[in-house]
Design a protein around this ligand. Structure first.
Ligand SMILES: *[C@@H]1O[C@H](CO)[C@@H](O)[C@H](O)[C@H]1NC(C)=O
Length: 260
């Protein structure tokens, strides 16, 4: 009988282990769940998440360097073995509490094989926990133009695909004299700083509006509501990490040298 019980227990533990869901249904499979460093693919150097998803970019708050400048720094990446040898492991996680002194940039941003790309997702994190995401159709896009309202296919902001916007771009708003330097910017309306409403921005320098806290920059700000929010309210919070992840089509293969 005790043997039977321990066998039962083993079977139970095995089922638990096998069945622990690897994907959260609500977030789909492009949700990077990892809080431990991911092993890059030895061949490509890319960081594969589950289910044909790749980490394309990870912005780290407060490191004193521009996330946007890194994003558009074509021809440079953190995937080569040499770059990897100097890369803190924390940069291959989504956990901003782990040490990382840079914005991780994959060479996917240079190649951007859009015919193979299904969706692109932006996610903001606090202490390794996903807070909000927007998922975009990535087909026929460039590495810069997928981030547009017309391409939104899913989000936990219920209104970001339909509501009025005055900014929706990676480039954002750059005004040296105002001053403003807001990237990855999804905003609803202006009207004087105190009534500005929006969803997301990455502030990279001192700003004319007080809702951008003094650095160190970048400061990643997002609406923690399920809709847009007034940027001056407690609904607007700071994230420590912003990721861009790419989900490839199921038909995409990475092992071959070419397609037949
Ligand atoms: C993120 O890292 C910190 C520091 O190691 C840890 O305390 C925290 O639990 C991690 N977050 C998650 C979601 O694992």
């Amino acid at each position: 009988m005790p043997g039977g019980v321990s066998r039962l227990c083993c079977v139970f533990l095995l089922i638990l282990w096998v069945c622990t869901p690897q994907c959260n249904a609500r977030y789909g499979c492009c949700r990077p769940r990892y809080n431990v460093p991911q092993k890059p693919d030895p061949l490509s150097g890319l960081v594969f998440l589950e289910d044909n998803c790749v980490l394309a970019f990870r912005a780290t708050a407060g490191i004193g360097r521009s996330a946007y400048d890194r994003y558009v720094a074509t021809g440079t990446n953190d995937d080569s073995p040499l770059a990897r040898s100097a890369l803190p492991c924390g940069c291959l996680t989504v956990n901003g509490s782990l040490p990382c002194d840079r914005h991780y940039r994959s060479r996917i941003l240079d190649d951007w094989p859009s015919s193979l790309i299904d969706t692109v997702r932006v996610t903001v994190y606090e202490d390794g926990v996903a807070q909000r995401f927007v998922e975009f159709n990535g087909m026929d896009s460039t590495y810069l133009d997928w981030f547009a309202q017309d391409n939104v296919v899913d989000s936990d902001w219920t209104d970001v695909d339909t509501d009025t916007t005055n900014f929706f771009s990676i480039f954002g708003l750059v005004q040296p004299n105002a001053p403003t330097l807001r990237r990855f910017y999804i905003n609803r309306n202006f009207g004087g700083c105190n009534i500005d409403r929006g969803w997301l921005l990455v502030a990279e320098a001192d700003d004319v509006c007080d809702f951008v806290p003094p650095g160190p920059y970048p400061v990643i700000l997002y609406s923690s509501a399920t809709t847009d929010a007034n940027l001056n309210t407690a609904d607007f919070r700071q994230a420590d990490v912003l990721t861009v992840t790419v989900k490839f089509k199921d038909t995409a293969r990475f092992s071959g040298y070419c397609i037949p």
